[in-house]
Design a protein around this ligand. Structure first.
Ligand SMILES: Nc1nc2c(c(=O)[nH]1)N[C@@H](CN(C=O)c1ccc(C(=O)N[C@@H](CCC(=O)O)C(=O)O)cc1)CN2
Ligand code: MG
Length: 283
């Protein structure tokens, strides 16, 4: 059996059509949804992601403001920008591109963002609401992962979902979101014993570690849904955490890298920005 590909680019394009019409509706009511993205320093990958976010905003009619700051920017100076954006009526979403240079504490920065404008969903208020199942901004990559799983048409409820990786951006929130969809969730990490055996029990396997080829077919149950969150550059080529060719022989569905989770991250950012504007509109 060969796995079916879950095409994140195609799903993104379809979802962006819906986002476009929501933006149109807001504009008809005098509201232009606005996203501010702050980029600190010269990380080349971050620069590409920020440019892609700007293009994506333009594509759906969201007003985009990119603020580029020097790599030596102090934490105080960055916080000052955030405080101003918090009270800027034209901005509905604020995002600080990660990673940040070493002189800046990312938690201090995330804590400074108004939770109502935290379209990344990283603020402790939004994270806490996610934990207790209240309305919040769901972090973009995990939100995209849930949509990709739903795209298979397979129910999440009652399934055993195994997440490998416990980052605050992906692993922990996606585990909570799968739980919210009534999966039975196992969260694995670098100290997990018998990782392969646990992974092989998964109906849904999410791999978010950042290690190329960590997972091959021996980690995968026949017919499982495999979501590869890894973005690794190997010999100038982009590869995930899953050995795609090998995994395809066993998985039922699988996301490619590139073209799987990545495009969905930006699409969910657009959706969260529209949501922020809609929430402000209806109050
Ligand atoms: N503030 C944030 N910082 C970071 C986030 C985030 O969600 N918020 N996530 C990542 C980077 N990221 C968005 O910011 C991101 C990563 C990858 C992609 C993407 O489209 N990937 C493509 C491949 C692109 C390439 O060639 O490099 C794919 O997988 O198809 C989009 C967004 C860390 N920082
Ligand atoms: Mg991808």
């Amino acid at each position: 059996m060969e796995a079916k590909i879950i095409d994140g680019k195609d799903l993104s394009n379809r979802l962006r059509e819906d986002i476009k019409s929501r933006v149109e509706k807001l504009k008809q009511n005098g509201i232009i949804p606005g996203l501010a993205v702050i980029l600190v320093g010269n990380d080349p990958a971050s620069a590409v992601y920020v440019r892609n976010k700007e293009r994506a905003c333009n594509g759906v009619g969201i007003y985009s403001r990119v603020i580029k700051l020097d790599e030596n920017t102090s934490q105080e100076a960055l916080l000052e920008y955030i405080y101003r954006l918090n009270v800027d009526e034209t901005i509905h979403g604020i995002l600080v591109q990660l990673p940040l240079p070493p002189q800046i504490d990312p938690n201090a920065v995330i804590n400074a963002i108004d939770p109502a404008k935290d379209v990344d969903g990283f603020h402790p208020v939004n994270m806490g609401r996610l934990v207790i199942g209240e309305e919040c901004f769901e972090p973009c990559t995990p939100k995209g992962i849930i949509r990709l799983i739903q795209e298979t048409g397979q129910p999440i409820a009652g399934k055993h979902a195994v997440v490998i990786g416990r980052s605050n951006i992906v692993g922990k929130p996606v585990a909570l979101m799968l739980l919210r969809h009534n999966a039975t969730v196992t969260l694995c990490h670098s100290k997990t014993a018998n990782l392969r055996e646990i992974a092989r029990q998964a109906d849904i396997l999410v791999v978010a570690v950042g290690r190329p080829n960590l997972v091959d077919s021996s980690f995968i149950k026949q017919g499982a849904i495999v979501i590869d969150v890894g973005i690794n550059r190997v010999d100038d080529k982009l590869v995930g955490d899953v050995n795609f060719q090998d995994a395809c022989h066993v998985a039922g569905w699988i996301t490619p890298v590139p073209g799987g989770v990545g495009p969905m991250t930006i699409t969910m950012l657009l959706e969260n920005t529209v949501l922020a504007a809609e929430r402000k509109w209806v109050g």
